[in-house]
Ligand binder design. Structure first.
Ligand code: AMP
Length: 349
């Protein structure tokens, strides 16, 4: 059977790593991205540059591919749904509809009896005053916020005097968890309800941006198993095809909470490239292109460091040890807080 041509929406580092994994599997890729300098074009067979609402360019893209996937989840549901009527989009657009909105995402999880932080929808300032039980808390925009963007920490009602919050948008107020640890699970779900689940990854953030990831995670056996079980439950109930990431909090009493779901390959899973026999990217390609599933095994312990902003300069000319793997995302412009590359170090387990 001939292999499908895969269309990838988005051309950043995740698109690059997906295209590289596809090349290894001899799957042709076409990247669609609104950035003329998109790094992923270096690795794909073809590149189409266009705005995500440019129907003509999107149609040109759809005609050339057999299956479409994406590297970021905030493509409007309507756009993905229209594309899906012509060529299959995987994971399917209904997944994005649930996950693009923090309220529907948390409601979905709670219906599955999966614990999240306590939360409430906030439409105006006075709604915060009547939700004092959730303070100290974090006010987050219901849509389009990531890496701490669109978030306000509110210790007490008094803080509202000093915060310039735009209430023409909707928010959720989330109770602040006293974090002991953050972990994530990367899972790939294939057709016929088959899975490959990676073991929990321990993550540390700086200024709400992922800085370090490591395996094995230093967590209890209960949370090791529960996080995997919940990720499987989530993937199954979303009828998901492809690689998905579930981000978790663990508090001082070892309670596990799901923070959020990313319906795509994820930054915390970059260490799977060097530490596993099959990476999160390769598993994603195998799942969406319906290729053979390979038993996924960890080969090494590993840690990954994100190189953010100017960090990249130090590494561009550095000499690396044999167990260090440096990845430059080849982004044209260095910006503060921009993910520019990463370094993975592997260890004999
Ligand atoms: P998010 O954009 O929701 O993924 O949040 C980014 C980071 O902010 C998380 O990885 C946590 O480090 C922190 N954070 C978000 N929500 C909470 C919360 N309810 N309690 C404690 N820390 C949080």
């Amino acid at each position: 059977m001939s292999k499908p041509v895969l269309g990838i929406i988005g051309g950043g580092q995740l698109g690059s790593m997906l295209a590289m994994a596809a090349k290894k599997l001899e799957v042709k890729t076409i990247i669609f991205c609104d950035d003329i300098n998109a790094p992923a074009q270096k690795y794909s067979n073809e590149f189409i540059c266009g705005k995500y609402d440019n129907k003509e360019k999107i149609n040109q893209f759809i005609k050339k591919v057999d299956i479409i996937t994406f590297e970021f989840e905030n493509i409007p549901y309507k756009t993905l749904n229209e594309i899906n009527k012509i060529k299959p989009v995987l994971p399917k657009p209904t997944v994005n509809k649930i996950i693009q909105h923090r309220l529907t995402e948390k409601d979905f999880l709670n219906k599955l009896n999966i614990k999240t932080t306590e939360y409430i929808l906030i439409k105006n300032k006075s709604a915060i005053s009547s939700s004092k039980n959730l303070l100290p808390g974090l006010l987050k925009t219901t849509t389009l916020g990531y890496d701490g963007k669109g978030q306000y920490k509110i210790e007490s009602i008094n803080d509202l005097k000093f915060l310039n919050i735009n209430f023409s948008k909707e928010y959720i107020l989330e109770k602040l968890v006293k974090l002991k640890k953050e972990i994530s699970i990367i899972i790939t779900r294939f057709a016929n309800n088959k899975y490959e689940v990676y073991e929990p990854i321990e993550n540390t953030h700086e200024e709400q941006i992922l800085k370090h990831s490591k395996i094995p995670a230093d967590i209890s056996e209960i949370n090791f198993n529960k996080s995997k079980e919940w990720a499987i439950k989530i993937a199954k109930n979303l009828d998901y095809i492809g690689t998905l990431c579930v981000e978790f909090f663990i508090d001082g009493n070892d309670n596990l909470y799901v923070n959020e779901i990313a319906p795509r390959v994820h930054n915390s899973g970059h260490l799977t490239i060097d530490a596993y026999n099959v990476s999160q990217f390769e598993n994603h390609i195998r799942a969406v292109c319906d290729l053979q599933k390979v038993k996924t095994k960890r080969l090494y312990a590993a840690k990954m460091k994100n190189l953010i902003g100017n960090d990249i300069f130090i590494y561009k000319n550095k000499k690396f040890k044999k167990n260090e793997f440096f990845y430059d995302y080849f982004k044209k412009e260095i910006k503060d807080k921009r993910k520019m590359g990463h370094l993975t170090t592997i260890f004999i387990k």
